[in-house]
Design a protein around this ligand. Structure first.
Ligand code: SAJ
Length: 403
């Protein structure tokens, strides 16, 4: 492959689809990942994650020679940083991967290059990386284009949303913003909105925090309704008939690597000001704990009513419906908690999107339902709609399967 136009650092859930998209537009992309087996998989034209249409895009880009992966960066004109930003103890954001990725390309940078961070980052990260770059390469000061452009795609619909979602693009100066806009214009059909780096960073955090707060409202309603003996699903459906009300759905908690994480990036830096954002996180976490407690109560009730131990089906482990992703999954947390509290009851753990799991012994969803006395719905997977709604089983529906 000739010298690439783009170096993509981080070939995970966002980096790989983005690399594949750019490469499929006939641009040479060099992907970098610290994991050798990820690199090998991609170079064989295969993928290491589950995402619709990604396999075809990667296979095509690799076969045509536009995408190549390696564990080290090479010289290019455009560098995209798409690495994880997890958090450390006390929910503080950890930007060490962004920093390591930046240090890795420092010797390669030259005048006129474009450097973009897409990783979700605390406010000020782009400026921090600019300072790092110009401290180490003072001769380049003011001669690079440095910008932040958050990814906003929904897992499960990434290949479509990468192209059609609007993007918010913020440079450290106007020249950087313009250059980054021109870069995305070649690949994105959604609108491109120009701003500065700090606003773009905050925008990403606010989008996910807003969803978290709205889900917390729905979860809070579910707790109130459980006490008030009101069907929360019916209630929300009716309230949403009002033209200016749009309440989201309650669930067994909020999971995934974005919505359950990003609000902490604001709370860590602005603890006094972010009251609602912090409280929403607490409510959504509490909802998972509450669900596990409900299972415990149901077990006791069953023993009292029937004088024997119940058989329990735990339905769903993924962090949301119809995906195989268990990262930060409240359903997985609840399943673990319920199993820790287990006596001699029999458990059937179900996750129809996964064949095997190294901790949980999985059971087919129909078998589990048939055998169980207590059925606990944690995730509203499509398969569960096939199961009987009327039965003499004890049903704990935290996911709205029978709503
Ligand atoms: N959830 C509910 N009730 C709802 C909606 C969702 O309990 O009404 C739960 C889900 O079950 C799941 C969690 O919230 O546990 C998050 O799921 P999600 O579908 O809302 O979002 P993610 O994490 O898959 O993707 C989000 C998206 N952000 C927004 O919608 C604002 C996506 O656009 C972002 O790109 C992504 O985070 C990200 O990477 O930041």
């Amino acid at each position: 492959m000739r010298q690439p136009e783009v170096v993509m650092i981080g070939l995970g859930y966002i980096g790989l689809p983005t690399a594949a998209l750019i490469a499929s537009n006939g641009v040479y992309v060099h992907g970098v990942d610290i994991n050798q087996s990820v690199v090998d998989t991609i170079n064989q034209g295969k993928i290491h994650i589950v995402e619709p249409a990604l396999d075809v895009a990667v296979a095509g880009a690799v076969k045509d020679g536009f995408l190549k992966a390696s564990t080290t960066a090479v010289e290019a004109n455009n560098y995209l940083i798409v690495v994880p930003t997890p958090f450390k103890d006390k929910n503080e954001p950890d930007i060490s991967f962004v920093e390591a990725a930046t240090r890795g390309i420092l010797p390669l940078l030259k005048e006129g290059d474009l450097y973009i961070i897409e990783s979700t980052s605390p406010i000020g990260t782009t400026e921090k990386m600019m300072d790092l770059i110009y401290t180490e390469r003072p001769e380049l000061k003011g001669k690079l284009h440095i910008a932040y452009c958050p990814e906003r795609v929904l897992p499960g619909n990434v290949m479509h949303e990468l192209v059609y979602n609007d993007r918010v693009i913020g440079g450290v100066d106007d020249k950087s913003t313009e250059k980054a806009l021109a870069f995305y214009k070649a690949h994105v059909k959604g609108e491109l909105h120009a701003t500065n780096a700090r606003t773009a960073e905050m925008c990403k955090l606010v989008e996910n925090s807003s969803r978290d707060v709205q889900i917390a409202f729905a979860n809070e309603l579910s707790l109130i309704c459980a006490k008030a003996d009101i069907n929360v699903w019916e209630l929300i459906n009716l309230a949403n008939k009002h033209p200016r009300v749009n309440i989201l759905q309650p669930g067994c908690g909020v999971g995934g690597h974005c919505i359950a994480v990003d609000p902490y990036f604001i709370v860590a830096d602005f603890p006094m000001e972010s009251q609602i954002i912090g409280k929403a996180r607490e409510i959504n976490n509490y909802k998972s704990f509450w669900c596990a407690e409900q299972v415990k109560n149901a077990k006791l009730q069953f023993r009292l009513d029937h004088g024997k131990l119940p058989k329990i089906a735990i339905m769903g482990l993924a962090f949301k419906p119809n995906i195989d992703d268990l990262r930060e999954s409240p359903a997985k947390y609840i399943a673990q908690k319920v199993l820790q509290d287990a006596n001699d009851e029999e458990y059937y753990i179900v996750e129809p999107n996964i064949n095997e799991h190294k901790v949980f012994k999985l059971t087919d969803y129909k078998d589990a339902f048939e055998k169980a006395d207590i059925v606990v719905y944690l995730v509203n997977h499509n398969e569960f709609q096939e199961l009987p709604k009327d039965s003499d089983k004890m049903i704990l529906d935290f996911a709205g399967v029978n709503k």
